[in-house]
Design a protein around this ligand. Sequence first.
Ligand SMILES: [Fe+2]
Length: 466
Amino acid sequence: MSGHLRAGSATRRRFLMTAASATATTALGTIALPSFSRSSQRPVITHGVQSGDVSTDTGMVWARTDRPARMLIEASTGDSFKDVCHASYVDALPETDFTAKALLENLPAGQDIFYRLRFQDLLSGQAVSEPAVGQLRTAPADRRSISFVWSGDTAGQGWGIDPARGGMRTYATMLRNRPDFFVHCGDSIYADCTIPAQQKMPNGETWRNVVTEEKSTVATTLAGYRGNYKYNLLDANLREFNANVPIFAEPGRVYRKISYGPLLDLFMLDMRSYRGPNKAPRKIQYGPDAYLLGPAQLAWFKRELKRSTAIWKVIASGTPLGTIAASSPDAGTTAGRGVEIAELLAFMQHAGIRNTVWITADLHYTAAHFFDPNKAIFQDFEPFWEFVSGPIHAGTWTPCALDRTFGPTVVFQSAASREQGDNLAPCFGLQFFGYIAIDGVTGTLTVRLKDVADRVLWSTSIEPKI
Ligand SMILES: [Fe+2]
C-alpha cells in the first residue's frame, strides 16, 4: 500500500468538491458529484477496497484504479450513507500505480463505519467509477468485548488460486467469524515464489492455478513486486475479506503499538529489518551479529510495555520464540538471537508487566506453546503462551523441533504428518488461523486455533492477572 496523500494536500485541482469536503475534518454531507458518465470510459476499481490501522477515531482506506483519477471518499455509520461523517479526496497517480490511501478521521469510537469510494477521471474530469463500499469497525473507547483473528502465509510455494478448489477459502472462513480486525503476521505475499499453471500433487491429482504474467517469474522489479499483491487480490474471498475487516499487516520496517481500547494493546514487532546474520549463534557476547529486534526497537518496546495501561498486551511477531533462540541445548546460557528475548522477558518479570500473549505465524502449521521457566535454560521470566497459526493459503509443513532455551512445551499442534510431508497443498484442510476474543466484563482472553473448515482444533481461556 503506497501512495498515501492526506486529503486536500498537494494536488488540488480545478473541479469537483465543495469547499467543505476538501478537508478531512470539516466535511459533512454527501459529496456533490458531477453527472455520471455512462460510457465504457469510466475509471474502474481494479482490486477491491481495503482498510487498515484502525484506532478509536481513525481508519486508513485503500483502493486502486486504472488511470490517473481522484479517489472520492465518504464515510458513514450507516450503509445508506444518509449521514456522512467524513468526506475527502486524494489523487491516484502513476507513481503509486494508481493506488490511493486516505485516512478517515474524527470517526466515532467502537462503531461500524461504512466507507464508499469512487474514482473520478483526472483527464476528462467527468467520468466517475461505480462506487465500491467497504466496512470497518473503530476501536472501542470503553470496555466492550472485542475479537480478532491472526494468521500468515498467503499464496506461497506455488499454491495460488485454484478456482475449482474454491480459491483462498481460509479468508472466507475468517470473515464468517466477523472479527474486529485481522493481524497478518507475515508472508502476505511471496515475491520469491512463482505461481505456475499447475502443480502435481503426490496423490496424483493436479492443482490448477489462475496465472498472471507477473507471477510467472520471481519479482525483481517494483512492478513485479506490485504484481504479487495484484495476484492475491484476484481472489474473490480475499477481496470480500478486505472489504469487511481492517488489517494490521506485517510491519515491514515500522514496529508499532496499536491501542485497541482499555482491554488491548497490540504490539507489532519487526524481526526482519534489524536482525544480524547470527553467524556464531553460540557466542555469548551480545552484538550486531546477534541482533533480532535491535537496540532501538528493544528500548522502544520496553518503554511502551511499561507505559501500557491495557489489560492485555498481545505481541505479534514474525518468528516463533522457540525457533529463534539458536543456542545449543547444553550451552547453559542464552546465546545468539535469544539474548534480546532473554533480556526482554527478564525485564517484563522485574517490571511487573503482566498478561502478555505472543502470536505468530511462519511455521506453516498451528500450535500452542507454553513457556515455563522451570523447564528452561534461561529462567528469569514469568510463564507465558505463544500461539502459532498459518498458513492461510500456502504449503503446510511438518512440525519443527523447538529450542529449549525458554522452556517451551508443545501443548497442541496440528501440522502435516510425516507421510504427508512438507509443502502439503492447501486442499487437504491443514490451513489455519487463530481467533482471540476478550470479554468486556471479565477480561478473560479466549484463544481458538481454527482451520479452513472453521473447526475449533484447540482452545483455552486465560484469566487476566490484576
Ligand atoms: Fe511463509
